[in-house]
Design a protein around this ligand. Structure first.
Ligand code: FES
Length: 93
């Protein structure tokens, strides 16, 4: 899932951290898991239900031609979301 979060573009997993069901969008700011009713904020942090671990984010870069490249072999847990590889900084206009 690609999301713009404030001044960052991030790519996060759409797989529930409880038992790996695919998440659905509840609304613009909430993700829900249809399997056991976990909910996640737009940032990927669990807010309700059995899931207790945030959604991992993947390494992401902006190529010179403007394409977004995602490396799913490198993932970042919540404690590493400020790692520069875990987001593309966006400038405000
Ligand atoms: S798999 Fe998502 S809440 Fe259980």
């Amino acid at each position: 899932m690609i999301s713009r979060l404030e001044d960052r573009l991030v790519v996060m997993s759409a797989i529930c951290t409880h038992k790996s069901c695919v998440l659905r969008k509840q609304d613009k700011k909430v993700l829900r898991c249809p399997c056991h009713k976990s909910f996640f904020s737009e940032y990927g942090t669990p807010t309700e239900g059995p899931a207790k671990i945030a959604l991992p984010r993947y390494a992401v870069t902006l190529a010179e031609d403007g394409t977004i490249q995602v490396d799913t072999t490198q993932s970042f847990g919540e404690q590493d979301w400020d790692n520069p590889k875990a987001f593309i900084p966006l400038t405000k206009t």
